[in-house]
Design a protein around this ligand. Structure first.
Ligand code: MIG
Length: 662
């Protein structure tokens, strides 16, 4: 059952695809006062959701916000990350789904001020609220997903493994990475190009000195079954003579400040303008520019800095310099010193800047902060719509950093600038189900961690989890330890781990497609599947992946295994040195399982089939037709195996599903 309530005069976000008739406010669970909502949380109640955010699968015990934010040091005390995903499911006496449809900030106090209470406070009085009742969290999620529409489906090659790094700044560097993988027979399908391929960080340009034959390089890589995937940034460099800038300026496509001038902000290339992605014509114009790279043979993109990230604004910078000047002659004491120190740090992503420029959206003018969370969504959507026109038959890879619900129909997301920290591997694990709830299925984190120096063991453990995430990409920041797996002494172990991905591919792709087409989740918390089991609901570091298996990744340094909770009997399948070992069936309860570095363990449910391929060095090598079947139990259910060509858009559950039996 789904109910929709309208408060004030909401901005249409296009997050949902259809709308039930609006109802008058009346609810037993939530109490409404001054456009905020209050409820009680019972002792056992679990709060799932909020998509990309900090902390656990169970969101209880913290204060969260929904405001797309570029935060490259996202630690536990933060409140919001790159995406704004306003969907929650309360699982207590009953099950209730809550979706706040607004493009502005929302504050969630989930047992923070009072551990038994919940409050939801949209920062604007104009929004829509959806309440969904259902028998189980799964049922509520399915209804929600019908409301918001089908998830994005990438080409099948995008389920391969990819290597990325900020700093691949020449054709030879790219060739070296490709050779590092191919020569060592480590599987690889993608190399990502960061801002270094561009000419002075200008969107839709290629540096002619460092990449003199870009088109040739794209073709050369494709011969080796490797796709190059370039980055596109949300800001356009302000530079006279740069055609994109000149065109945008002349046509009035950039966001304006209070005076009606093009709003100037500092981002990567220095001074930039922001294309008004919300304004249809401007957004379409920006989207049409991807053709420049498509024409060079490119088949996939990642959209960055589209929260939008603002290092500084022209005005903010001038004010800060003025204040710094005033401090020059002062005797800095504890207070003034910190104020002084904060002047430069406080410049980035500041609320004043977000309140100082404007969009034209659906025929009206909005101050940016009111519609903030739509920027990344519309940047990605306009690109996807351009692909639809330019390449109607073909799937193009597309994922974004910032997002809100609705964008899941047009692209995936990566989880932003994490660190080479064990805690961020754990965060990656915990975030998968909440993202899936909101329709973000094509997603993954920077494997090995973006900031900071990785260690060999962290990289192996992260890969061992990454083999399950649809986006499987190793990425790292400039200036950090090199993270390509062939550089490590344990490269052979890493190869074994990455190879597991290619064995699992038929299963993962099939489960992905069923989740996308059926509106279900690929990654489920144990609490979703074993609802009567009080322990299962507390497990934060094990997940169900599709219908047949459970995983329990190691996320602690120097651990040679871990304790696993079995909510029902399961059989251990161990990927070890290129083989699959069938080990014991564990009964319901806890057990310690040895998991040395390089082993990947999956736990197979009774009477379920896990189909595996023989693997390959790229997705194109994998034989999706001839599969081995792993199974145990006396009453085995046939497995609904989805398989299509992986390239075109004829998605069809009926047509492409074949029932596999033992
Ligand atoms: O300010 O393009 O999240 O993946 O490597 C940094 C450089 C801008 C942020 C992205 C990261 C990327 C980096 N970008």
């Amino acid at each position: 059952m789904i109910k929709r309530y309208v408060f004030g005069d909401p901005v249409e976000t296009e997050s949902v695809l259809w709308k039930p008739e609006a109802a008058d406010w009346q609810d037993d669970r939530l109490f409404c006062r001054d456009n905020a909502f209050y409820g009680d949380l019972s002792g056992e109640e679990i709060v799932y959701g909020l998509g990309q955010n900090v902390r656990g699968i169970n969101k209880r015990g913290w204060l969260y916000e929904s405001y797309c934010t570029d935060d490259p040091r996202h630690t536990e005390e933060k409140h919001t990350l790159y995406g704004a995903h306003n969907f929650l499911v309360l699982d207590g006496a009953g099950v209730l789904g809550i979706f706040v449809d607004t493009p502005g900030n929302v504050v969630y106090d989930i047992g923070y001020t009072d551990s038994r209470k919940l409050s939801i406070a949209p920062q604007s009085a104009d929004f829509e609220l959806y309440l969904i009742e259902g028998e189980s969290p799964d049922a509520v999620v399915e209804v929600f997903r019908r409301l918001i529409g089908r998830s994005y489906i990438p080409p099948r090659w995008a389920f391969g493994y990819g290597q990325s790094r900020w700093g691949y700044d020449s054709m030879n560097q790219v060739r070296e990475v490709a050779a590092g993988y191919r020569d060592n027979h480590i599987p690889l399908d993608m190399i990502f190009l960061d801002i270094d391929y561009m000419e002075r960080y200008k969107d839709f340009t290629v540096d002619k000195e460092r990449f003199p034959d870009f088109r040739g390089l794209v073709a050369e890589m494709k011969e080796q079954d490797i796709r190059l995937v370039p980055i596109i940034d949300g800001g356009v460099k302000k530079e006279d003579g740069y055609d994109i800038y000149e065109e945008g300026k002349e046509k009035g496509y950039f966001c304006k400040d209070e005076e009606g001038e093009d709003f100037l902000l500092g981002v990567w290339p220095g001074r930039c303008c922001l294309p008004d992605m919300l304004q249809e014509e401007a957004g379409r114009w920006f989207g049409s520019k991807y053709k420049i790279l498509l024409d060079m043979g490119i088949e996939g993109f990642w959209n960055d800095m589209n929260e939008p990230a603002v290092f500084y604004s022209e005005k903010g910078l001038a004010e800060a310099f003025e204040k710094i000047d005033a401090f020059r002659t002062q005797n800095l004491d504890i207070q003034s010193f910190f104020e002084f120190q904060g002047l430069a740090a406080g410049l980035s992503n500041s609320p004043q800047d977000y309140a100082s420029f404007y969009h034209e959206y659906r025929g009206e003018r909005y101050r940016h902060d009111r519609v903030h969370n739509l920027f990344g969504y519309y940047m990605t959507r306009r690109a996807a719509e351009a692909f639809e026109e330019l390449e109607p038959e073909k799937r193009i890879l597309l994922f974004s950093r910032a997002s809100c619900i609705g964008m899941h129909r047009f692209g995936g997301i990566w989880q932003g600038d994490n660190h080479s920290w064990w805690s961020h591997l754990l965060l990656n694990i915990k975030m998968m189900p909440s993202l899936n709830m909101c329709g973000f299925l094509y997603t993954g984190a920077d494997i090995g961690g973006f900031g900071g120096d990785v260690t060999e063991d962290l990289l192996i453990r992260w890969l061992s989890f990454g083999v399950f995430t649809p986006l499987m990409r190793n990425h790292s920041a400039a200036g950090t330890r090199r993270q390509e797996v062939y550089r490590f002494g344990t490269a052979e172990l890493m190869r074994d781990v990455i190879s597991v991905r290619y064995k699992l591919l038929p299963y993962l792709y099939s489960e992905y497609m069923k989740a996308a087409l059926g509106g279900t989740m690929l990654f489920r918390p144990l609490g979703f599947a074993y609802r009567k089991d009080g322990i299962a609901g507390q497990v934060e570091d094990q997940l169900l992946v599709g219908e047949s298996i459970m995983i329990a990744p190691v996320h602690e340094q120097n651990a040679a295994g871990r304790t696993v909770y079995f909510p029902e009997p399961m059989k251990l399948l161990r990927f070890h040195g290129g083989n699959v070992l069938e080990e014991a069936v564990y009964p319901k309860g806890h057990a310690y399982i040895g998991m040395p570095l390089g082993d990947v363990c999956v736990f197979l449910r009774e009477n379920h089939i896990l189909p595996l391929s023989r693997g390959g060095e790229c997705v194109g090598d994998v034989d999706f037709a001839h599969l081995e079947r792993y199974v145990w139990g006396t009453d085995v259910k046939p497995y609904a195996y989805y398989r299509d060509d992986g390239e075109t858009k004829e998605f069809d559950l009926e047509k492409h599903v074949e029932m596999l039996t033992v």
